[in-house]
Design a binder for this molecule. Structure first.
Ligand SMILES: *Cc1c(COP(=O)(O)O)cnc(C)c1O
Length: 363
């Protein structure tokens, strides 16, 4: 007997990046650097005092946290323009609940973050792939033309883009916004890692009431386990989200821990430069193995050029290094972790590709 599941969910597979207990985990773009002791102390004492209030519901509006997030983002943003939820995935889900849904269409440009399409599926929103041109490039002209032809209720841009790593020029965002009548979401989960010269879509918010920029504390802040994502947009977008969010969606403990982490922002973000250094090192060194890295503005590198990506993924895992098979034939993605992790990744590559006979891979 099969369950009476929604027909549009039948046959779908759940999100499932492997969570394996191996020495070097470079597959989900976490920040590998240990959190500072002072932050652990502050989270502990904030949780201790908040625990006494757990008989009450949390602040439904997370006002103090949203004020802190607005201050962190800058760009003159006010707390009523910043919203927070349990990871930017929940933020995206709330956006689709409000602006997508049955009989509505979302447009994305694949390859991009697979959760955009997954959350569309979960909310009954039709997802259309606008595709990219050669080498994963997305130009303003191509993107705007797709928007004109699809007329989406929601358009997704991702900058820097996961899994390719490259940031978009703001010309792409402005062209998509101008061509669209629906909401335009720019997923900036990796914004803090962008190379100099790349600008955030936060600068475009004034005068664009349908533009939404999403961010997360999961990557640069090193707080993936906290589950805290947020967005910046016109205050009216937040009013739309309030219609669909679950009451008290953000727990008291999450709110106080996130505030403690934001108070340590400069210290936490000090690891960003180091991660960028390891990212650039990976991009620099991969060609020596005959591999082709894509230039990255994020904390990971997509690389191709191997005869068999699946076999290389397995061979690296056999040597204790977990990278990501993002489902792009011929490509793998590796997170830039600590210097030691990068060294371990490169040593494993060296072993597999140059030391073992026949490249160590089945032909
Ligand atoms: C990792 C990632 C996120 C983060 O999701 P959270 O729910 O905030 O952990 C969002 N968007 C992209 C493109 C990502 O790669």
């Amino acid at each position: 007997m099969s369950l009476p599941i929604r027909p549009d969910l039948v046959g779908r597979t759940p999100y499932g990046a492997p969570q394996l207990d191996v020495a070097v985990r470079l597959n989900t773009n976490e920040n590998s650097h240990p959190l500072p002791e002072a932050l652990l102390d502050d989270i502990t004492s904030a949780a201790r005092s908040a625990a006494g209030t757990l008989n009450r519901y949390p602040d439904r509006e997370a006002n103090a946290l949203r004020a802190d997030l607005a201050a962190y983002l800058g760009h003159g943003l006010r707390p009523d323009q910043v919203w927070a939820a349990n990871g930017s995935n929940e933020v995206l889900q709330q956006l689709l609940q409000a602006f997508g849904g049955p009989d509505r269409t979302a447009l994305g440009f694949v390859p991009s973050y697979s959760m955009h399409a997954n959350i569309c599926a979960a909310t009954g929103t039709r997802f259309v792939d606008g595709a990219r041109t050669g080498d994963f490039v997305l130009t303003a002209e191509h993107a705007a033309a797709q928007v004109v032809s699809v007329q989406p209720d929601v358009a997704f841009l991702c900058s820097p883009n996961n899994p390719t790593g490259t940031a978009l020029g703001l010309d792409v965002v402005t062209a998509v916004y101008a061509a669209a009548t629906g909401v335009v979401i720019v997923d900036e989960a990796y914004a803090e890692f962008a190379r100099p010269g790349s600008a955030s879509a936060l600068t475009l918010l004034p005068g664009r009431p349908r533009l939404v920029v999403t961010r997360t504390m999961s990557k640069a802040f090193g707080m993936a386990g906290l589950r805290l994502g947020y967005l910046a947009a016109d205050a009216a977008v937040l009013d739309a989200i309030r219609l669909v969010r679950l009451p008290y969606h953000l727990s008291t403990l999450t709110q106080v821990a996130a505030r403690a982490a934001l108070a340590h922002a400069p210290r936490l973000l000090a690891t960003v430069a180091e991660v960028m250094g390891q990212r650039d090192r990976i991009v620099r060194e991969l060609p020596a193995y005959g591999l082709r890295p894509i230039p990255s503005d994020a904390n990971f590198v997509l690389f191709g050029g191997m005869p068999d990506a699946g076999a290389l993924w397995q061979a690296l895992l056999d040597r204790g290094v977990l990278v990501r098979d993002v489902g792009l034939p011929g490509w793998l993605r590796v997170t830039a972790g600590t210097e030691a992790e990068t060294s371990a990744f490169l040593a494993a590559l060296d072993h597999v590709l140059t030391l073992l006979p026949g490249g160590g891979l089945p032909s």
